[in-house]
Design a protein around this ligand. Structure first.
Ligand code: ADP
Ligand code: MG
Length: 677
């Protein structure tokens, strides 16, 4: 079978409108592209009409028709009864004339085929009524709309036996033309319908018509052959001329033209047009809710609202055109001639069987649906928005389609929006983290160069300091305590000691100190320090809270150095709380026990943002001269780095400050390694 409808990939913009409109859900989305699934498609052409991107292509038969027209065999054009609605602005006689100019030897109204079928319908309706009375048979469903027939064969095959066992007007007309003009003819049907292109491929009726053109393709043909219908020589259709079959394309046309009695009050006949109504009626027929005798269904609100009818004119105007045309032609009809042609075509094969081509619906277990829902963040009934953005009416239908490989996760709009928001937040977080890391790197680099300088100075100063201490000591010893210069000498020695302390601090900062690593309990170091500081006047008005997990494993550290770190931070905290406050020391490990985190917080004055970058630089102090050396945090930094750890600070002015120290628990600490990395 030739493909009738397909997607032009580069035009498809993932709007899912075609899925929403497809009554057969015959569209599969793969990598964002909506693809028509041939075996599921019923050829109704709704997807073609609704696609604003013109991404749905329809099998084009213009070329094949052009070839026919250049060959020897005569070619007949069979014009669908909806043509007056499609060409409301052009006189029908000019259309016929234009077709003749194109080279069609015979131009016929398909409506005659409808007349042929009408005879059959009247007969069938009678027998069906008898069955109805016996309560054994449900209504007869008219077979004139191929999309309806395709839908039943594929999706409601239980109703196969209800389809009227007759061919369509197109097939009946085709066979009539062959009977009257000879079988050696090429027949081209011209109409509004895509499904007809499928119908002629069915082996049971493929003898009737050779090609199907849509009205749009007819225009293309006119263009290709430079035929202008508006300027064409008026001409009239060849016989057989139809009678009432001309109103077939409008809802109720079949009933009216077949002479079936239609009374609103007796519910014997049901007419429905348009996708949704048709589906509803079929469902009701299947459930046995409809007890009518005949059901006439047209998928496209009559054939005058199909995908290839000019949509610029109003639907009701188009309907009126059909009625007006049928009425004026009826007045001119030659009833006797019509009856003669009917008689001539009496033996034409009008009956036809329809067959199940069932598309089995897949039962999707509830567990699978839940699994798919979970992937699109739907965990409760409230999450099932049934917004329809994916093209499916309910979230459940969509989940079923995902399970069958017809839909993709990315089609769920609420999920996409949620994801987009999450990605945005994640991106913002990552950017912030990146900025922080960058800041830290710059800071570390700066400290590293200061460290190098400090280390150099400290080394150089250390030796002369030692000499000063030594000689001052020797002179003091020589002169004796009672000497008038002994006070001066002691002062020299004290000042030299102070310098030595500073030098030691600098060496610590630049990680030139020695680490004496042993396993220690952190709790012990902190307790010892708390015991000492709580006796000091600096801590008089300060509440000290210690929150350290008693079960913390021992850790390999230099306890004296760490003591120094905690002491420096505690002293700073106390100095930041001159009017009292709370000092909290807490420690915990992460789940994998890879890292120990120690926090020292205060409720003090806080640190101004502009000072953040200078905190760990040696000699940075905001304290009065003589009060602060500005070495406390530099030492903290050096010691923590020597332990391969890290120290960060968070602070809010007038609220407090928290220093967080992170120490690795698993890697071994190496001393005297290269200066600050
Ligand atoms: P010093 O204490 O000698 O000034 P530090 O290196 O210990 O030197 O501290 C440097 C500076 O960092 C301090 O002068 C102070 O401005 C700021 N600082 C340190 N810790 C705190 C804290 N807990 N609260 C507020 N400011 C602090
Ligand atoms: Mg300090």
């Amino acid at each position: 079978m030739k493909k009738v409808v397909w997607t032009i990939e580069e035009r498809c913009k993932q709007c899912y409108t075609c899925i929403r409109e497809c009554p057969a859900k015959a569209i599969k989305v793969e990598k964002g592209q909506a693809e028509v699934i041939e075996e599921r498609c019923i050829g109704c052409g709704h997807c073609v009409r609704v696609c604003t991107q013109k991404a749905k292509a329809v099998l084009n038969s213009v070329q094949a028709t052009l070839v026919f027209l250049t060959q020897e065999k005569p070619v007949a054009a069979l014009l669908a009864p909806s043509f007056p609605a499609a060409y409301s602005h052009i006189d029908p006689e000019k259309i016929v004339g234009a077709l003749r100019e194109c080279g069609f030897k015979v131009v016929i109204e398909v409506a005659f085929g409808a007349d042929l079928i009408n005879q059959e319908i009247a007969k069938l309706a009678k027998t069906s009524t008898q069955h109805q009375w016996q309560g054994t048979k449900r209504p007869i469903i008219a077979s004139s709309c191929p999309a309806v027939v395709n839908y039943i064969e594929k999706y409601v095959p239980d109703l196969i036996d209800n389809i009227m066992p007759t061919v369509s007007p197109m097939v009946a007309a085709g066979r009539a033309v062959r009977r009257i003009y000879g079988s050696d003819m090429r027949l081209v049907f011209i109409g509004p319908c895509v499904a007809k292109k499928m119908e002629i491929q069915n082996s049971e009726v493929s003898d009737a018509v050779d090609e199907v053109l849509t009205f749009q393709e007819m225009e293309q043909l006119f263009n290709d052959l430079h035929v202008n219908p508006e300027e064409a020589m008026p001409s009239w259709f060849d016989p057989p001329h139809p009678f009432l079959g001309r109103i077939y394309p409008i809802s109720g046309g079949l009933i009216r033209s077949s002479g079936l009695p239609y009374d609103l009050m007796d519910n014997e006949i049901i007419m429905a047009e348009g996708k949704q109504h048709v589906l509803n009626v079929l469902e009701c027929v299947q459930n046995g809710e409809i007890k009518a005798q005949v059901v006439d269904l047209l998928f496209c609100e009559g054939c005058i609202n199909g995908p290839f009818i000019d949509q610029n004119t109003n639907y009701f105007t188009r309907k009126q055109k059909i009625v007006e045309y049928a009425e004026t032609r009826r007045e001119r009809s030659n009833y006797a001639e019509w009856a003669q042609y009917l008689e001539r075509c009496k033996s034409i094969k009008i009956d036809r069987s329809y067959h199940r081509q069932e598309i089995h619906s897949v039962r999707v277990p509830e567990g699978k649906i839940k699994e798919i829902f979970a992937q699109i963040n739907k965990f409760s009934k409230d999450d099932e928005l049934n917004c329809g953005a994916c093209g499916y009416t309910t979230c459940r239908d969509y989940a079923r389609a995902v399970h069958q490989g017809l839909a993709e996760r990315e089609m769920c709009l609420p999920f996409l929006i949620e994801n987009l928001k999450k990605t945005k937040f994640e991106l913002q977080d990552s950017l912030r983290e990146l900025a922080e890391t960058q800041e830290m790197l710059i800071q570390h680099e700066k400290l590293a160069s200061v460290g190098q300088l400090a280390a150099g100075v400290a080394h150089e100063v250390n030796n002369p300091l030692g000499s000063i201490m030594l000689y001052a000591h020797l002179i003091l010893k020589e002169l004796g305590e009672q000497n008038e210069h002994s006070g001066d000498l002691k002062f020299i020695m004290e000042e030299a000691k102070r310098c030595q302390k500073i030098v030691a601090g600098l060496l610590n900062f630049s990680r030139q100190g020695q680490l004496n690593l042993r396993n220690h309990r952190l709790q012990d170091i902190v307790s010892k320090m708390v015991e000492v500081i709580s006796k000091q006047t600096l801590f008089r008005d300060i509440t000290i809270n210690v929150d350290i997990d008693e079960n913390l494993d021992e850790i390999e550290i230099d306890s004296d150095q760490l003591y120094q770190v905690f002491l420096n931070l505690a002293v700073n905290a106390a100095e930041a709380m001159p009017d009292g406050g709370t000092l909290t020391i807490s420690a915990s490990t992460d789940e994998k026990k890879e890292k120990l985190t120690i926090q020292i917080s205060d409720t003090g004055v806080g640190i101004k943002p502009e000072n953040f970058n200078k905190l760990f630089t040696p000699f940075f102090t905001t304290k009065q001269i003589g009060k602060g050396t500005g070495l406390g945090l530099a030492i903290v930094y050096g010691i923590i780095k020597m332990h391969r750890g890290n120290v960060v600070v968070k602070s809010e002015v007038n609220k407090g400050t928290t220093f967080t120290i992170m120490l690795p628990l698993q890697t071994h600490v190496v001393t005297n390694e290269i200066l600050l990395q």
